[in-house]
Design a protein around this ligand. Sequence first.
Ligand code: B1N
Length: 824
Amino acid sequence: MYSKRFEKEAFKATVKDNVKTLYRKKIDEATPQQIFQAVSYAVKDIIIDDWLATQAEYRKKDAKTVYYMSMEFLMGRALGNNLINMTAYKEVKEALEEMNIDLNVIEDEEPDAALGNGGLGRLAACFLDSLATLNYPAYGCGIRYRYGMFKQKIENGYQVETPDDWLKEGNPFELRREEYAKEIRFGGSIRFEKDPVTGKDKFIQENYESVMAIPYDMPIVGYGNHVVNTLRIWDAQAITNFSLESFDRGDYHKAVEQENLAKMIVDVLYPNDNHYAGKELRLKQQYFFISASLQAMIEKYKKDHDDIKKLYEKVTIQMNDTHPTVAVPELMRLLIDQEGLSWEDAWDVTTKTCAYTNHTIMSEALEKWPIDLFSKLLPRIYQIVQEIDRRFVEQVRKQYPGNEEKVRKMAILRDNQVRMAHMAIIAGFSVNGVAQLHTEILKHQELKDFYEMMPEKFNNKTNGITQRRFLLHGNPLLADWITGLIGDGWITDLSKIANLKPYVNDEKFRKEFMQIKYQNKVRLAKYIKEHNGIDVDPRSIFDVQVKRLHEYKRQLLNILHIMYLYNQIKEHPEMSFYPRTFIFGAKAAAGYLRAKETIKLINSVADVVNNDRSINGKIKIVFIEDYRVSNAELLFAAADVSEQISTASKEASGTGNMKFMLNGAPTLGTMDGANVEIVEEVGKENAFIFGLSSEEVINYENNGGYNPIDIYFNDWELKRVVDQLMDGTYSNGNHEMYKNLYNSLLNTQSTSRADMYFILKDFRSYAEAQKRVEEAYRDEQRWSRMAMLNTACSGKFTSDRTIEEYVEDIWKLEKVYVPSGQPE
Ligand code: B1N
């Protein structure tokens, strides 16, 4: 559709023009970065008309809109993705080739927009892609962090973090919208007054600090439908006229403070995945973007509607985990204090507008703000939370007379803490988990009391991923091949990928499939050679574990198993062993000691093993530095084996597992998260499943864990591996280097249970599953069938399916077609 309007010569001229006006250069003098900027501005030019048309059409149709509230949007690069969704990628590539410019080189100039940690942030990005592609009115609302997820360097085997200065060269796709700035207030105290005229209660905040929130809009281009939605991220700015006044009054200190507050608030993304740190600045960030987004939302609603009590007919607020949950009391505040609604009316609107997604049951991730901190920073909000809690507790007492245990377990305010998940569940009209297993655990374990009291709220929405980025853009060879066989319908309807199934029975197609996999492995091998200086053989099995580093994800199990294999090969050089390349990519939160030690261990084992000529390169270990969205695309395309080995019950869903499957890598994993559903789709004979079940894990946990010592003393090969953490084999004789890891497995001294993540318990089962992988890979016929079936059975795992379910069950949106984008 775009192709009709895309004019190659005009586009080329715009690029040249942009180089001239932006840099006073001719195109052949421009640097790749300058060309990236010039091309991006030319692309934005084309997008703008559709952006305007889309927003006009939404307003005309008075369409209901979802506001997806999230502290994280892990967008990655925009240029390639925008071109893909404009269906202009190939033409632009050609146009640039005619100017002697390689689009791939230009794409590599763009820094990733890494405004997220991992799965939760990337899910938000995939959802925006699907919403636009499916013609649904949507805003993403978040923070324009000055620094995103840190850049990772590996120095001497250790992770070193450096700031992610992603805006250094300017962001060509964003639009600053000064005119929609909103004031945000923190701290001070609340004075209560009765309005002499209306007799209504008034709450006046005094002695507060405040900042301005300035929105930046980024276009979210739908695939081939001319829809352009908006990701709105907020920057902070000091209130300058105020600071001048203060300066005049000699209150210089206050002026500087306000300046600092503004700088601090949006300075940096907290680099914690699945972990709550309880920092005041984090709560400031949360309230900052929520208050700004809600003010803008209400203002927009009121332009076309006069009854604020019907807000929920036009708006749903989806809270991405508890991080945006302060939206509940903030919406109450705006409705009561500004719009003049009664408590009852405000509560009616709020509870019909807000919905909550839970993404984890890890207890260390639960947000519980100290009341002290919360009430000082947000005094009016705290009053409202108290009243929500008071009324809820009253209701619990009515429903469960005499059961104070229930009150203790379910209240929002307890033990001097504000329990954000409880507030989200009490105020939300929908509570969803992110995979079937996860939702069942929520209903019957973690949130049992809430489920019993309000079962109608609970529902499951199994996560998904966008095939536009993770196949069409990331794996062009496979994408073209699939389109050649079954047409391009899969791009917007992934269920169609099942049409590959008949071809799986034909050896010719399986060979072609594996040939493409091979070429992608060659592409990755080249990347590895350039970045790591390591030669890897693309004929070896590419066994990949890429995800955040966390104990529950068990990278330690993977590397211990590699140490075990290495011992075996050394001891029995003659034993048959299919060459393997183990690839890791992972960032560790900066203060997470065991995670950092695991990175060092992986790199140290890599050093020893990769340089041991006696094993003839049978094992290679590669740690991909700075794993992020852009290099992830290469990794998924090239993987043979997808490592999804979390302790059962701990990984709420996982989404990397789906990206591997889509690209034809069978899962080696536990029955955890969405792995369960992957196996359901592809069949257990086409995956490698091992380990304790979630029930078994939960059982052990409810009985105080298990004792790893018995396993340690009864399995000498495993004992040898564990002992190698302490005997200097991988630390040049240093016996302290991995003591935290060693202790985490066996200990004794630490306060937490030994081997909390059942690594030793699952070790043998994992090793056997790995043996089955090797056997299967040796049988080319069998492997190619498995690999191709994984792609063919991945239809369920598109975020398009997920979004349609959210729309149907929770958001109740209608599709809006943009005039030039009517289905033809
Ligand atoms: O959310 C993903 C899931 O696929 C993963 O299984 C899950 O681990 C991930 C606090 C989190 N849950 N919780 C977080 C992130 C940042 C933070 O500050 C918690 N991330 C997940 C998408 O559903």
